[in-house]
Design a protein around this ligand. Structure first.
Ligand code: KIV
Ligand code: ZN
Length: 513
């Protein structure tokens, strides 16, 4: 019999803390459904007490998800824990995850609490949470940089108070695999009641070792839960990447000897969904989910793979959900086929009117682009001008003129609430001219932190361009994503989408604060 490794996905909580990655309730729900299809064991849906928006998102996910445990983060205080319990109420299988910092640095400088106060608060709040939920996880924040003696004292007490999972965060990504593995092993050996809890690892990637550290925590330390995010999304250098740990444990089952519930064929779909939703592009050479992860360019490699696949391939592309660019729909596809494909992609639209609007956009796209791929459909429904009539800014029309030796000029018409605005401007290039034109009317004063263009499907200039724009204003960072076969139009859509987020009062800066 093999031990099971629990996969705890925190894309919707720790991943969302990445500046600009905050998501709407509907976006979170869509990703949660894909995580359920991926068969992750636990979905950390958010931090219910951090905002009304996050509370509603946790609540919606707890109601919708049946096959994975749905979890909410909470600080170790009664108010946060009660909010988490309330948001999770009625869910099929739920967990409260509380955290409290235990490193000397965090206790003294951030919490301004003595170790004894932290000990008492950890113990009492775990007991409080356990009265509200059978399934309680405790995380000593900055656990890896905490004094081991103090940590043993706290963890023994919280296990006694009812914690069922103990998670050891390497909050700042400081660990080294062997040291982190042994750190967990020592805690498990020294704490008398350690066998009453499942041990978990939570690693950040500041030194590029989050995956290696997590695997060492499992192999050396004996942890049986890994906390991770799709595409390694997360603050700073991100979190441990789900696709990488999962495929490591699966590909090297000979070494880890652990079983997983994950349906790996859903990995690429999850990666694309998260990337298209947040605007965080996946680098081409990213393990497992990068566009080049299974591409063999060198003649020697190609020859080898053709003769015997395992000469250069340790995993099969189809096992993680890479299919050769499959044409899914075209110009002649009907509304029912479109609706069915949306369903297969996990996209549930709330009303028939929304489906009609998306179908109209699909037909428009199919007139301009002969083959429509899954990626095109995902991009299309991510496009807020399709799904959200209520968005404040919407692109209506754009024209631009550029000629060698001439300064490009753009004219843009867009809706701002009930008003129709017209703007024009010159710029360094047609994109610059279009965005400057919009800005002459909106006057957001936002600083642009990022502008990036990607082809949605690789291999041809027929592909749609997907543009991400990151704006910063008044201490908030937001991402806007837009797609269109014309990259100038895609850029204007992305810019308006980011402006919509700045315009929205509900948008949060980060879940954890
Ligand atoms: O990195 C961290 O310490 C966390 C905890 C809240 C688990 O994300
Ligand atoms: Zn974290």
């Amino acid at each position: 019999m093999t031990d099971k490794l629990i996969i705890f996905d925190t894309t919707l909580r720790d991943g969302e803390q990445s500046p600009g990655a905050s998501m709407t309730k509907d976006e979170k729900l869509r990703i949660a459904r894909q995580l359920e299809r991926l068969k992750v064991n636990v979905i950390e849906a958010g931090f219910a007490a951090s905002s009304n928006g996050d509370f509603e998102a946790v609540r919606a996910i707890a109601q919708a998800i049946k096959d994975s445990t749905v979890c909410s983060l909470a600080r170790a205080n009664d108010r946060d824990i009660s909010r988490a319990a309330e948001a999770l109420k009625g869910g099929n299988s739920t967990r409260i995850h509380l955290f409290l910092a235990t490193s000397a640095l965090h206790m003294e400088k951030k919490l301004r609490m003595t170790p004894d106060q932290v000990f008492e608060q950890a113990r009492l709040s775990t007991r409080f949470a356990r009265n509200l939920s059978e399934d309680v996880e405790f995380s000593p924040e900055d656990g890896y940089r905490s004094d081991p003696d103090f940590l043993c004292r706290v963890l023994e007490a919280v296990i006694d108070a009812g914690a069922t999972t103990i998670n050891i965060p390497d909050t700042v990504g400081y660990a080294i695999p062997e040291l982190y593995g042994n750190f967990i092993l020592d805690l498990r050996k020294r704490i008398p009641n350690s066998d009453r809890a499942i041990w978990s690892v939570h690693c950040h990637n500041d030194l590029g070792m989050a995956v290696a550290n997590s695997l060492a925590g499992v192999k050396i330390g004996g942890a049986r839960q890994i906390e991770c995010t799709i595409n390694g999304l997360g603050e700073r250098a991100g979190n441990c990447a789900l696709e990488e740990v999962v495929m490591s444990v699966r590909t090297r089952k000979d070494y880890f000897g652990l079983s997983l519930d994950i349906d790996t064929s859903q990995i690429v779909a999850a990666s694309r969904l998260v990337s298209q939703t947040t605007g965080f592009v996946v680098q081409p050479n990213k393990a497992v989910v990068g566009a080049n992860a299974f591409a063999h360019a060198s003649g020697i490699h190609q020859d080898g793979v053709l003769k015997a696949r395992d000469t250069y391939e340790i995993m099969r592309a189809e096992d993680v959900g890479w299919t050769a660019n499959k044409i899914v729909l075209g110009k002649l596809s009907g509304r029912n086929a479109f609706k069915q494909r949306l369903h297969e992609l996990g996209i549930e639209m709330e009303s028939e009117a929304e489906i009609n609007a998306a179908f109209a956009k699909f037909k428009e796209l199919a007139d301009r682009k002969s083959d429509i791929f899954d990626e095109d459909i995902l991009a299309l429904v991510m496009d807020e001008s399709v799904t959200a009539e209520h968005e404040h800014y919407r692109l209506l029309a754009l024209s631009q003129r550029s000629e060698t030796g001439e300064r490009p000029h753009a004219k843009v018409a867009f809706a701002a609430g009930d008003q129709e605005l017209h703007a024009e401007s010159d710029g360094n290039g047609p994109v610059d001219a279009s965005l400057k034109a919009i800005e002459t009317q909106v006057k957001s004063g936002a600083e642009m932190l990022l502008y990036s263009v990607n082809a949605i499907t690789s291999g041809s200039t027929e592909s749609q361009g997907e543009v991400t724009v990151r704006l910063q204003h008044g201490g908030r960072v937001v991402n806007g994503v837009g797609s269109d076969p014309d990259i100038v139009v895609a850029s204007a859509k992305a810019y308006l989408s980011a402006l919509n987020k700045l315009h929205s009062k509900n948008e949060r800066v980060a879940a954890q604060g």
